[in-house]
Design a protein around this ligand. Structure first.
Ligand code: MOS
Length: 729
């Protein structure tokens, strides 16, 4: 508590793990190096469907340095054929060498272990496979004739309707009916998935890059049929997750199996192309949106029907209609989710699943409707502002979306916009301004934490959560220091280990809202215990006084003093009976389009968010900015290109799978409105991990329309879709 004892909450504290990261001292999963470590490489199928893959490993086994080659023929038979942990969408259908056949191109079918990575890779190239092929469905359009209705869409039913949407739309004065599509996309954190597995007798240690250490322990122990207490998962640093490291995929279990078979520790790191298929990705979507409104702009009915792809063997649903159920006060609505099954790897959660793709469709549709009505796009949204959750009628725990529109519009200069398409120019360049609403649900899960005063005056605070690059170490240090009323340098936060108190997955933007209250509870408990002895540090007037009084108190202890905290706040179910909780934002974007070349540049984006309280202005705003950067990628660049003949993504590398680089990103100006949502969470926060990407693709598509008069409803907005643009000059 520097600044004369002011609370550290909200301050732009530098990352406490920053020095370790910039000096190389932060150890990532693949950098753990137990004695006698050997190296594993996965062999992938090269066909999309086969009844049998006949594997001839003789040449590979004879190659230099090879320890073993594991295939479905010699792999141990696992309980329930490797399916003991399957519980979609958390426990995935993975490929752990229990099947003779092939279910998608790129499926793991063998693992080669050797003394060096180079030897393993060389030997992997010598594994010969012949396939007894079966027909594969790789055509999304053709597969649409076999739509099926999944059991759930995210946490909700696949279909939800209120009022009578079709009747209301038929009676509406103005209608908008359009179909939007988003392509196959794949997560590409800088650090690919990586695991080091070591057995000591029956005890397994996994150093793994994961968003969920307890989840890895559960999946691996169940899949292998061993007690959970025999598995320890360690993950102190993660080089990005974004959803792909939220589930435990084949590679983690295969590393454990290979280490067991080899009798030596094994390292298994995915190569970049292996990120495109066996570890999820964003499903392709086709979204049909129908809006019916009265001339004054009031929505009277809406439909949002979503089709997304999944694999042949597991349902994963992209819940794109989820935002539409929450965004606008419309008395009649109908939303559905349907799946097409393709012979591809199962897709998964990818930053803001549902909301990223869904806001693209609904927020473009709102822009199109605004034009039909001759209304300003912001005004149309204000006229349909949802004061309560539309499909349930519940009040919001806190919502400051109106303030977001006003603040971002003002900072952007929206009132200077000429509403006509192709009305703004800078020399030859077409200038467009567009906007959209951002939204993401607020979640929380039970969590535990502990706080231990050490004799040197440091409080070690522990929770088995993860820092996937988001700043968990830093903000938990702030929460702990605030609850203890000590300077932040007296707190050391530890995470990323199943030996620590149990915490939930770092996904669904809920790490801070779930773990924060547990840390707060543990530290409050420790403070009470210590204050009963000597509360002198609490009345000190500045940081220096607090530090020395607290250290003196610590030095008098004969042993470490430990306290535990638990936050099973209100469970989400109880909480949801009273209030609906969601985060919101308004995104305004400027694009500049070259009419001859079709190139779209994004000089600036201005956004304001209603996300509850920000625990750290620096990491928080940076997180929102990062989400916007990904939104630019989603709008203009990202697309995994599927070869319809082979079922392989042909641009499975960062040279051809385009993501924004510095030169693609202009000024990104983000702000949050002052808010403290204590109805949702004792810390007043709602989570910021995912909302940043939402709304951005729509704001950019709307800006491109405004610049060019061309409505592109299929992402990404590449120049081939825009050209020719010169005809109206
Ligand atoms: Mo997030 S896509 O829930 O990791």
């Amino acid at each position: 508590m520097s600044d004369g004892g002011a609370s550290p909450i909200g301050r732009p504290l530098d990352r406490v793990d920053g020095p370790l990261k910039v000096t190389g001292g932060a150890k990532y999963a693949a950098e753990f190096d137990p004695r006698a470590l050997c190296h594993a490489v996965i062999v992938q199928s090269t066909v999309p469907a086969a009844r049998a893959a006949r594997i001839d490993a003789r040449e590979a086994e004879a190659a230099p340095g090879v320890v073993l080659v594991l295939t479905h023929r010699n792999a141990p038979k696992l309980p329930k054929a490797g399916r003991a942990a399957v519980n979609p969408p958390a426990g995935r259908e993975i490929s752990v060498l229990q099947l003779e056949g092939v279910r998608y191109n790129g499926e793991p079918i063998a693992v080669v272990v050797a003394d060096t990575f180079e030897h393993a890779r060389d030997a992997a190239s010598r594994v010969k496979v012949s396939y007894e092929r079966t027909p594969a469905q790789l055509d999304f359009e053709a597969a649409k004739k076999d739509l099926h209705r999944p059991e759930k869409a995210g946490r909700s039913p696949p279909d939800k309707s209120w009022g009578n949407a079709d009747k209301a739309i038929a009676e509406a004065e103005v209608r908008l009916d359009a179909t939007y599509t988003t392509p196959y996309e794949h997560h590409n954190p800088m650090e690919p998935h990586g695991t080091v597995a070591r057995w000591e007798g029956e005890k397994l240690t996994l150093w793994d890059s994961t968003q969920y250490v307890s989840g890895v322990r559960e999946t691996v122990s169940k899949t292998l049929g061993i007690p959970a207490e025999n598995v320890r998962v360690v993950s102190p640093f993660v080089g990005g997750g974004f959803g792909c490291k939220g589930s435990t995929w084949s590679d983690v279990v295969l590393a454990a199996m290979a280490a067991k078979a080899a009798g030596r520790p094994v390292k298994l790191v995915l190569e970049r192309p292996q990120m495109f298929g066996p570890v999820g990705g964003r499903p392709r979507t086709e979204q049909h949106v129908v809006l019916g409104a009265m001339r004054d702009g009031r929505l009277v009915g809406l439909r949002h029907d979503v089709i997304s792809h999944t694999s042949r063997f597991e349902d994963f649903v992209e819940p794109s209609a989820q935002p539409t159920r929450a965004l606008y006060a419309c008395p009649n609505g109908a939303t559905t989710h349907r799946l097409v099954k393709l012979d591809l790897g199962t897709p998964t959660f990818q930053r803001a699943p549902g909301e990223s793709t869904g806001t693209f469709a609904i927020e473009c549709a709102m822009d199109e409707l605004a034009e039909k009505l001759g209304l300003d796009p912001v005004e149309l949204r204000l006229r349909n502002h949802a004061d309560t959750e539309p499909d349930t009628g519940q009040p919001w725990s806190s919502k400051k979306l109106r303030e977001c529109y006003a603040d971002a519009a003002k900072r952007f200069g929206w009132e200077r916009r000429n509403p006509g398409p192709r009305s703004m120019r800078d020399g030859n360049i077409l200038v467009g301004w567009g906007m959209a609403t951002a939204t993401y649900p607020a979640h929380l899960m039970p969590s535990q934490a502990s706080a231990t005063l050490m004799p040197d005056g440091i409080v070690v605070v522990r929770a088995g959560t993860q820092d996937i690059g988001t700043g968990t170490y830093t903000v938990m240090t702030q929460v702990a220091a605030d609850a203890l009323a000590v300077p932040v340098d007296l707190v050391r936060f530890e995470l990323g280990d199943t030996r620590l108190p149990k915490a939930p997955i770092s996904g669904g933007s809920m790490t801070v809202s779930s773990v924060g209250p547990a840390v707060q509870a543990a530290c409050t408990e420790l403070r009470r215990t210590l204050a009963r002895q000597d509360g002198a540090w609490l009345s000190a007037v500045d940081d220096e006084g607090r530090r020395s009084a607290f250290r003196a108190l610590a030095a008098r202890q004969k042993a470490p003093v430990e306290a535990h905290g638990e936050a099973h706040p209100q469970t989400e179910d109880e909480q949801q009976q009273k209030f609906a909780s969601r985060s919101w934002g308004a995104v305004f974007a400027e694009v500049r389009v070259d009419p001859d070349l079709g190139i779209v540049r994004v000089p600036r984006i201005v956004a304001t968010y209603s996300v509850g309280r920000l625990l750290n202005r620096k990491t928080g705003l940076s997180q929102l900015q990062g989400g916007i950067v990904w939104g630019v990628g989603m709008a203009l660049l990202e697309e995994s290109l599927l070869d319809p003949a082979t079922g392989r993504y042909v641009n499975e590398n960062l040279a051809e799978y385009h993501v924004p680089v510095n030169a693609d990103i202009g000024a990104i100006d983000v702000a949050v409105v002052d808010e403290n949502d204590t109805r949702f969470n004792p810390l007043g926060i709602r989570g910021i991990g995912e909302i940043g990407i939402t709304g951005v693709a729509a704001a950019l598509a709307n800006a491109v329309y405004h610049a060019t008069g061309r409505r592109i409803r299929d992402l990404p907005i590449t120049l081939d879709k825009l050209l020719p643009l010169a005809e109206n000059r």
